[in-house]
Design a protein around this ligand. Structure first.
Ligand code: ADP
Ligand code: ASP
Ligand code: MG
Length: 447
């Protein structure tokens, strides 16, 4: 029998009715062994972060109030699903009581370490998975036993060899005895058995890692839209499903803001040759996207993605041309601060780089002032036009420039991998630019 990994996101787990739909979809794949990877119920991970922050600011009342909202939400869902047995309720209460102890500790010390934050953040998936396993009457595997990671709390990196070993130790024997197993997305553990998380939106990544380790026949990512669309439908309502994409196209779109897929998801799947599909729990029989080994959209522009909250730092140095090693010194500053640089544009006397707006801009500015005159532009967005045949199709450049000729552009960059053309614009212009580009590439028959 083949094995499927089926991942259900926050909206798909968002209520008793939605969990029933999940069970129906899992049931529809009854010819396969199924590893069901679940996210926290929608909004819960955010609430856990908010709760921990409230405790750190000594607002214990608020923290307790948020925690009791989380408890109620899960207990009511258990009742609606008819799974409120002492076991299920006991499992929920145990997690809640642990969180209670944690927030009291944080309030007392006024300190919240990344390690404790990960343990708290993991509670969302631990809670939702109890409900899913109880409703589907199948075993629940604690993902922390198999998703082994380093200790980079908040954005832990997986250890592929350890995961493979743990999967054959804990997951494979379970699959021999059961057809369906539930586990959590997003969470893992390090060598000291401390809980880690793979970064926000990381449940997709968990599915990729498990699918690769078990050599699944397919990784199904079930979400609230019909696959990867030609643009974020919240910005471009007329966006359409992209039926086939290459791994590179999907990874590029994801890292440029297409939230529908965590950027790291496709790498392990690609390495293991496992296809990934993205489907809608609202329309299980509707359109979907397939990312498959050796496949490509075969298009110059497959989709357009956007990421907000980008900053641009420019360093001007009159005598740069004579200064050998200037760029090395510049990048060393970013490297030492652990900041990854996105787009780079250089001229005779000025280098501009774009980076995440959450980077420590003041500290970077101080360091960089030793190299030249520094200026920072904030509230920018990067828009990426992505397609495997982009570089081979010069009209893409013309179409892009004509589409946004009314919008001021800060930086233009052609990705070194040749499948991405990025522009940085002011955040206030970004949605308008997205719609113009979408119109030009998908609604007007251009390129
Ligand atoms: P889940 O909770 O299932 O992981 P997410 O909220 O993380 O779901 O991702 C799905 C959302 O991603 C969609 O509702 C949509 O608004 C957004 N999105 C952004 N870009 C795209 C795109 N190109 N195609 C589809 N969805 C996109
Ligand atoms: N629950 C986690 C988050 O909200 C992981 C996920 O949903 O993928 O980031
Ligand atoms: Mg997601």
């Amino acid at each position: 029998m083949n094995t499927l990994v089926m991942k259900f996101g926050g909206t798909s787990m968002g209520s008793a009715a939605r969990i029933r739909d999940v069970a129906r979809i899992v049931g529809s794949r009854n010819g396969s062994k199924r590893i069901v990877v679940v996210s926290a119920m929608s909004g819960i991970t955010n609430t856990l972060f908010e709760m921990a922050e409230a405790a750190r600011h000594h607002d214990l009342d608020r923290a307790v109030q948020l925690l009791s909202k989380i408890e109620q939400n899960h207990i009511e869902t258990a009742r609606s699903l008819d799974v409120a047995s002492p076991d299920t309720i006991g499992g929920i209460k145990e997690i809640i009581e642990n969180l209670q102890r944690r927030i009291r500790g944080i309030d007392l010390l006024g300190e919240l370490s990344p390690r404790i934050m990960d343990e708290i953040a993991s509670a969302g998936e631990r809670l939702s998975s109890i409900l899913a396993a109880a409703f589907m009457k199948c075993p629940l595997l604690d993902a922390r036993k198999v998703i082994k990671t380093d200790s980079h709390f908040g954005r832990a990196r997986p250890k592929a060899a350890s995961i493979k070993k743990a999967v054959s130790l804990y997951l494979t024997p379970l699959l021999d005895s059961y057809d369906v197993i539930v586990t959590q997305g997003y969470i893992g553990s390090d060598d000291a058995e401390d809980t880690t998380t793979l970064g926000r939106g990381g449940s997709d990544f968990s599915a990729g890692l498990l699918g690769a380790a078990i050599q699944a026949s397919e990784i199904e990512i079930w979400t609230d839209v019909e696959g990867i669309l030609t643009a974020d439908p919240r910005i471009v309502p007329s966006a359409k499903t992209v039926e086939i994409l290459s791994y590179d196209e999907a990874a590029e779109l994801a890292s440029y803001g297409a939230k529908v897929l965590h950027p790291a998801t496709v790498r392990p799947a690609l390495d293991a040759g496992v296809p990934v599909t993205i489907r809608s729990t609202f329309k299980p029989e509707g359109m979907y996207s397939t990312i498959s080994p050796g496949e490509s959209s075969g298009r110059p522009c497959v989709a357009i993605a956007m990421r907000r909250n980008v900053a641009i730092i420019s360093v001007t140095q009159e005598s740069m041309t004579e200064q050998a090693g200037f760029l090395a010194k510049l990048f060393d500053v970013f490297g030492r601060r652990g900041v990854s640089v996105d787009l780079v544009s250089t001229s005779e006397i000025c280098v501009s780089v774009s980076l995440d707006g959450g980077a420590p801009l003041d500290a970077l500015m101080q360091d960089l002032e030793k190299l030249g005159k520094v200026s920072i532009a904030q509230e920018r967005a990067v828009i990426a036009v992505v397609g495997d045949l982009l570089r081979k199709t010069p009209e893409v450049l013309r179409t892009t420039f004509v589409a946004i000729d009314h919008i001021p552009v800060d930086i233009i960059s052609m990705g070194a991998n040749a499948i991405n053309l990025s522009v940085i614009v002011q955040e206030q212009d970004a949605e308008r630019a997205m719609r113009s580009l979408h119109q030009a590439f998908f609604e007007g028959g251009a390129a």
